[in-house]
Write a protein of this length. Sequence first.
Length: 311
Amino acid sequence: MDDENLLTIGALAERTGLSVKTIRFYSDKGIVPPTCHSPAGYRLYDVAALARLELVRTLRELDIDLATVRRVLAAETSLAEVAAAHAAALEAQIRALRLRRAVFAAVASRKSTPREMDLMHRLVNLSDAERRRFVHDFIDDTFGGVDANPAMVELLRSTMPELPEDATPGQVEAWMELVELVQDDDFRAAVRRMAQYQAAQRADGDTTGLHHDLTETVREDVGRALAAGIAPDSEQAGGVVAALTARYAETFGKADDNRLKAWILDRLEVADDPRVTRYWQLVATINGWPPLPDPGPVFTWFGKALRARLG
């Protein structure tokens, strides 16, 4: 072999930027053994050894352990497999760091106490399944054992809040608030009463579902009345009420009379809890959905207009 093409350990250090001590360590461990020795016993390395050492340096800079480096160099595992495994590990670390950043930003904006910060950090670092358990437990506690509207139960379970990997501080705050809300005993009791009301209605033969179209009609018709400044007890409001009660009568197969108006009022009063609206707003924030408007003013106006017609 032409000695002119061989590198001493010092020259190898200059070419790679590694220290002589580090190269000697790799040499002693058999990771990058010398190509040969000089007559004086000094280690000499050829171009292949240089390339091998540069690969070792790159892998170590990527935080790949020596055992894995050995397997790559021995062709026991491919570089592509190692790269894929480490890319996945780095992605997990990046997700964790993003969540931590979001937690700290949320703590800063909320001026949280150390206890609240600790709780927030533990909540966001649960697995998706563990986080969903909070909501499943809430649904089981409020709707369990009650023959409530199955479409509502399915809606709650199918719209489970999913904290994204790159959660914003606002989503972390929303998740924190949602967990507090679904664990609130008073809120659970209120939702339980709604479930029991639904069960009573089903016992009376109501199997009509969730009525999204009907709800949207109320929002649109009453929304226009509110925008026009129509008072709920005014003569103009009578036309709005008449159109809506006719729609209710058609949907539920009931006579359009005062008993229907009283029945609609009962439904509105049972559902009249701003925390329910807040629940759905928080779910929307966590899931990255468009903001949900507050339906409170619409249904408050509708309730007043119905009472005005009942005298």
